[in-house]
Structure formats: C-alpha cells, structure tokens
Write a protein that binds this ligand. Structure first.
Ligand SMILES: Cc1cc2nc3c(=O)[nH]c(=O)nc-3n(C[C@H](O)[C@H](O)[C@H](O)COP(=O)(O)O)c2cc1C
Length: 154
C-alpha cells in the first residue's frame, strides 16, 4: 500500500519522458516508488474527487512512470459526493495512455458514507454547527415579530 501523503515525490521534471527513457529516476524517492511499482502485478487506486477531477498528486505519480505500469491491470475505488465516479472516468483515459489495462468495474463509496466513517465525522459536525448558527440567529424573537415556533438547538 502506498499512501501519497507519505511521499515527497517532486513535481514531474525529468529530462526525458518515462515512456522513452525507462527507469531513469531523478531522485531516490522516484526510484524507490518505481521499484515498488515494478514489483506489482497490478494496482488498485483509491481516489477522491475534487471539482469533478482526481488529485494532482495522483497525476504527478502517473506521469513519473511508464514501463513500471504498462501492460498491468488497474482497478479503482472512488469516494466523494458521488463516489469518485467522474475522477475514475478521467483516470481510465489517462492510464490507457500508459498502456495499462483499466478494469471495467469499480467501487464507489458515496460521500455520506465516507464522511460518517472517516475523519469527516468531526468535519460534518463543524459544518452543521456553522450552518445552524445563522438559522438559530434568524429564529431569535424579533421585537414586535411573531413568537418562533421552535427554539434553536444549542
Ligand atoms: C474543494 C472541494 C471540491 C470537491 N469536489 C467534489 C466533486 O466534484 N465531486 C465529489 O464527488 N466530491 C467532491 N468533494 C468532496 C470530496 O471528494 C470529499 O470531501 C472527500 O472526502 C475528500 O477527500 P479526502 O478526505 O481524501 O481529502 C469536494 C470537496 C472539496 C473540499
């Protein structure tokens, strides 16, 4: 398992495209990841979705390698508001250019599930509190106005 948060892979800046210069790495980090990718028979990529796309960090990794990835199957698990569906569609196009074999089926975990079961739980509480604040203020009795039917929760 490779977590991109643990990698300090530089932004792509190799002198020759990886599809033309096999396994020529610019740093130890690039080489280390290259060797791990080389050793794998296939991949399952877990991706989020921001603004209908996958992350720049993931694209940066894909751009760094070719021979390590080519001719290997790749499947996707997406999460986000719509389960990363659009990010995965984009990724399928990109990995074909790397001579990979994207698998038709994917796992899509919709945002609410992710938010509940991951670190989003706390974030949601914060969002609810932020959303609730102006509503609660709006329900405050106004001088001369009607009595509010429900009191805002604390
Ligand atoms: C700026 C921003 C844009 C987002 N855009 C989308 C989107 O286009 N589609 C989607 O399904 N989810 C979208 N989301 C929801 C994220 O995919 C979701 O919060 C996910 O958990 C973020 O991944 P992370 O927890 O690994 O950071 C967006 C979230 C943010 C903060």
């Amino acid at each position: 398992m490779v977590d991109l948060r643990d990698l300090t892979l530089p932004n792509y800046d190799l002198p020759t495209p990886p599809a033309m210069a096999f396994r020529q790495y610019g740093s130890d980090v690039e080489q280390g990841l290259g060797e791990r990718l080389d050793a794998a028979d296939g991949f399952i990529v877990i991706t989020n979705e921001f603004n209908h796309g996958y992350s720049a960090a993931l694209k940066n990794v894909l751009d760094h390698y070719f021979i390590e990835l080519s001719h290997k199957p790749i499947a996707f698990l997406g999460y986000g508001n719509v389960g990363g569906a659009r990010a995965i569609e984009q990724l399928r196009q990109v990995v074909i250019e790397l001579d990979m074999v994207p698998i038709k089926y994917s796992v899509n975990i919709p945002g609410s599930a992710v938010l509940r079961y991951s670190r989003g739980r706390r974030r949601r509480r914060g969002v609810r509190a932020a959303r609730g604040a102006p509503r609660a203020a709006a329900r405050e009795p106004q001088p001369g106005g009607p009595t509010p039917r429900r009191r805002a929760r604390a």
